[in-house]
Write a protein that binds this ligand. Sequence first.
Ligand code: ZN
Length: 467
Amino acid sequence: MLKFQNTLTGNLEEFQPLDRNNVKLYICGPTVWSFAHIGNFRTFIFGDILRRYLKYKNYNLTHAMNLTDVDDRIINEAKKAGKTINAFTEPFVQAFWEDADALGLERPELAPRATEHIAEMISLIEKLIENGHAYESDGSIYYRISAFKDYGKLSKINFKGNVSGASGRVDTDKYDKENANDFALWKLVDADEPTGWDASFGRGRPGWHVECSAMAMKYFGETFDIHAGGVDLKFPHHENEIAQSEGATNKQFARVWLHAEHLKVEGETMSKSLGNYYTFRDLIEKGYTATAIRYLLLSVPYYKQLNFTFETLDGAENTLERLRDFRKRLVEANLLDGEDLNLQKSTEKYLSEFEAALDDNLNTSAALAALHNLVRETNSALANETVLIGNRDEILQTIEKIDSVLGIFGAEKPAELLEAEIENMINERQETRRNRNFARSDEVRDLLAAQGIVLEDTKDGVRWKRK
Ligand SMILES: [Zn+2]
């Protein structure tokens, strides 16, 4: 039975979608003003495990992830670069998908962009003005949180009495708001500002929070199954999404809310000023592999803080190499026909442990433990020569099932096929060298290198290994 820790209720609950043939999952996506960092990708990898496991459990799924391609930073950075916001964000959109693909993130079915849904945001704001949940002040439109009695129900923050002036940290002199916690739905822009849209309530641009409400409801309707994101979005972003959506519809917005905890680096909060800020690309430049980064980021369950260190990343590289070596050894082993019953039982047990771990609020570390136990037991069975052909088939299938969720072995071809190809290429290189066609032999060597295959010339001929 699949259970999630629902932030909204505070309980571990059985997952009961409105329609198991069309589960609707909305995850807040990146703001495309720079390259995404590893904290962002921790959340997106959690989202990927969530979507893959729902599919594993035979739910049909529509997964939406928005791209925030307009906000104050984007407008300012675009201005500095002398570009339109679209020209400024486009390379970061492309970079995000490249990084996501490299990390093995399955593409969401829907990836709506904020700037393409301004009309939906405007009509949502109109509805909120009409029913008294929003008001105009100095040309901007604000959400009136005192009009939404459930405000605070997600973050469990008590806002009663927390009115204008109660908190010295809230900048209230800049805007004329009724309440310090009221937030902008629509911001007035200057007449000469190139980024702006016309609305019945004046020319301006949307606030960040209203984007997600408008896009989620456009694609998923007023009520849908799961809304997820990083824990830093719980307040105010998600609290505000609920206020906007439910304030407009009077119906429950998302039924289950899931939040991925913070990522720390060497025990500290990641920040540029501390010099411990890493994008995915920074780690690739340091020579780490995308699958090891993925492994590390999913190795701690999403509901716990993850402490990223280079030591654990090195460990992840080694672990993955061991896992792949294991699979290769198993594929290549000379085995006898039949099936060992004890090993068969263990294989089934580890698969059900894997499923039980993920059923329990996506406990990925327990899921990995089940995989490692399967590998350990199979290794000792290989040493004792009790692995038979039937066991091998079953174990390889089990690993494939597990990896359909974890995605850590890498999208490699079956080892045998790959090896035959490598041998063929090595033979071709030897032959072209004998024929003194060095251009082609170098080309073949480079093709192999691009696949991570290193050649070693020995007196017994050419040996190869994976980098
Ligand atoms: Zn959002």
